[in-house]
Design a protein around this ligand. Structure first.
Ligand code: NAP
Length: 525
């Protein structure tokens, strides 16, 4: 790319969020989604290679990715990396670093803008893959792809902002300036529940800041994980700047995390794996050139408080959406509903009645509110929690489920206190635990009573209580009088603290800084 082309990106229009899903009744969506799903179905069962140093690489070991609504339907067969392939990818990224780190930031940003345009062109098709591979409803799948576009567009602009040398002023006769360089090779490890957006965001941030990437997608979202190969190959990223290494975390995860070739690790996933990565990456070998930086987003146990007075119809809708949208498999999902005593007996039956109206079945049918969970293991684990809910509390509603596929019942249970396991452990499924608090103060105390601090919401007409919540409901993303899910890039930077993360806030103004080291230069006359 020429210097002129790089300069042109400096005049990018201001960032605007991509339009989210227009709704299942939108005429374009009603026509485009079934067509895209049919188109994807015609491509099922293909084999997907690894991507190392700009080349497709096949391995003998293959893993099937299946439709959780119908496990007989194979979405694709994905070559699995072992330690040899992981090492090749790390080596390729290390070599690419030597040139990529000094590429003009505006030029790097332009790759992201091009990638965003490509994703936009394929929006419905990319979303359709998620409907079949991850059991995402139309809106959930579509909005995952638009979030990916937002990350690409936003981080491109952020890099242009940060890539300009900053004048620090002079002291005596000396002038001073400040700029950033990348940390090194980035290992990006993503989860399956936002199968495109999260991996795309972490890779985009690393790439645009000058760190070549080794990307390990979740083993439950391998075909969607491969979409990044298609995009980054097509925009013409130089060899080795993006490498795709699918493979079991249990087999290659530690190996890559421990590698001295890695300078920064961007991880999103469970607390257990996140803490393991932080611990292992904290050991610095003699052959390791720099201390590893960990960008880490983990789980949640998110609560919604219902105060004494609030819009009950809006709360019913938003609580159901927060708890059961995408089967409750969102880090931001509401899994604890904390209701103040004075409204409890009126509100909770209303909520249960509304939940009984929700249909459950394959996500490709837009009439279904809830679909399957991601796989058999998740089905088993969530079912165990439902059994536990029966022991610790009382089940108010447990839905029927289709016979075929990895379904679990939509479950609402009550009678929990902060000590209950159902009030403390992340379930990652459609199980809502309700707690009766005597008043707002106790509700707030209970809302803060877990190890996590990711999202939270409060429904209240009491401005004083809302203001208290702003200060004392200690979560990364707090929502007043609305659902606890659906954060948007730039306007609602996402991420938590305590055991939910290390405060790195994806899609926020500080995010790219985690991938770079600052340098300052002083010049004497
Ligand atoms: P996970 O089991 O922790 O897996 C996440 C990633 O880590 C996967 O790619 C996994 O690979 C990999 N991995 C497993 N063991 C590893 C090891 N020893 N070393 C390195 N990598 C390893 O989480 P998940 O089930 O995919 O996702 C759900 C979790 O993510 C929930 O806890 C959810 O709350 C959290 N989440 C958080 C956010 C947020 O922004 N805070 C967003 C989304 C999800 P394999 O798949 O091959 O095992």
């Amino acid at each position: 790319m020429t210097a002129d082309a790089a300069k042109a990106t400096l005049t990018l229009p201001p960032f605007v969020n991509e339009r989210i899903f227009p709704g299942v009744d939108d005429p374009t969506a009603r026509e485009a989604f079934p067509r895209a799903i049919a188109n994807v179905r015609a491509q099922l069962g293909k084999t997907y290679p690894l991507y190392i140093n700009g080349q497709d690489v096949t391995t003998d070991s293959l893993m099937d990715s299946v439709n959780p609504a119908d496990p007989d339907e194979v979405i694709g067969k994905i070559c699995q990396a072992g330690k040899d392939e992981a090492e090749q990818a790390l080596t390729a990224a290390q070599k690419a670093l030597l040139t990529w780190r000094d590429v003009d930031p505006a030029e790097r940003a332009q790759y992201l803008v091009k990638a965003a345009a490509l994703v936009r062109d394929n929006l419905y098709e990319f979303a359709a893959w998620q409907v079949l591979e991850e059991g995402k409803q139309w809106a959930q799948a579509y909005n995952d792809v638009t979030e990916g576009i937002d990350f690409l567009e936003y981080y491109a602009r952020e890099m242009i902002r940060l890539g300009t040398r900053r004048d620090l002023g002079s002291y005596s006769t000396e002038s001073n300036f400040y700029f950033y360089q990348p940390k090194g090779v980035a290992l990006v490890i993503s989860p399956w529940n936002f199968p495109f957006a999260i991996g795309c965001g972490m890779c985009a941030a690393a790439i645009v800041t000058g760190n070549p990437v080794v990307f390990k997608p979740s083993s439950q979202s391998l075909v969607v994980g491969h979409h990044l190969v298609q995009i980054f190959r097509e925009v013409g990223l130089p060899e080795g700047v993006f490498n795709y290494i699918p493979g079991p975390g249990s087999a290659i995860g530690d190996y890559m995390v421990d590698s001295p070739k890695v300078g920064v690790i961007a991880f999103t996933g469970s607390m257990e794996v996140g803490l393991r990565i932080i611990e292992r990456a904290g050991k610095t070998g003699e052959d390791q050139p720099s201390v590893k930086k960990i960008v880490c987003e983990m789980g949640g146990k998110n609560g919604i408080i219902l105060d004494e007075e609030f819009d009950e119809d809006a709360a019913v809708k938003d609580v159901l959406y927060s708890a059961f949208g995408y089967q409750g498999q969102k880090c931001s999902a509401c899994s604890r509903l904390i209701v103040v005593d004075s409204v409890y007996d009126r509100f909770v039956p209303k909520l249960v009645e509304a939940a009984k109206q929700l249909k459950i079945g394959p996500a490709e049918d837009p009439q279904n509110y809830m679909g399957p969970v991601i796989d058999r293991n998740a089905q088993r684990t969530i079912s165990e929690y439902i059994n536990l809910a029966q022991l610790e509390g009382k089940i108010l509603y447990r839905s029927e489920t289709p016979d075929k596929g990895y379904y679990v019942p939509l479950t609402i249970a009550e009678g929990f206190t902060p000590d209950s396991r159902l009030a403390q452990e992340e379930v990652f499924g459609p199980v809502l635990s309700i707690m009766r608090a005597k008043d707002f103060d106790q509700a707030l105390e209970w809302a803060n009573s877990t190890r996590f601090a990711l999202t939270g919401a409060i429904f209240s007409k009491n401005e004083e209580h809302l203001e208290t919540a702003v200060q004392q409901f200690r979560v990364g993303n707090l929502y007043l009088n609305r659902a606890s899910v659906g954060a948007l890039v730039k306007v609602q930077p996402f991420g938590g603290f305590k055991m939910s993360g290390v405060g790195t806030k994806a899609g926020g103004p500080d995010y790219l800084l985690h991938f770079m080291d600052p340098r300052s230069v002083t010049k004497a006359p």
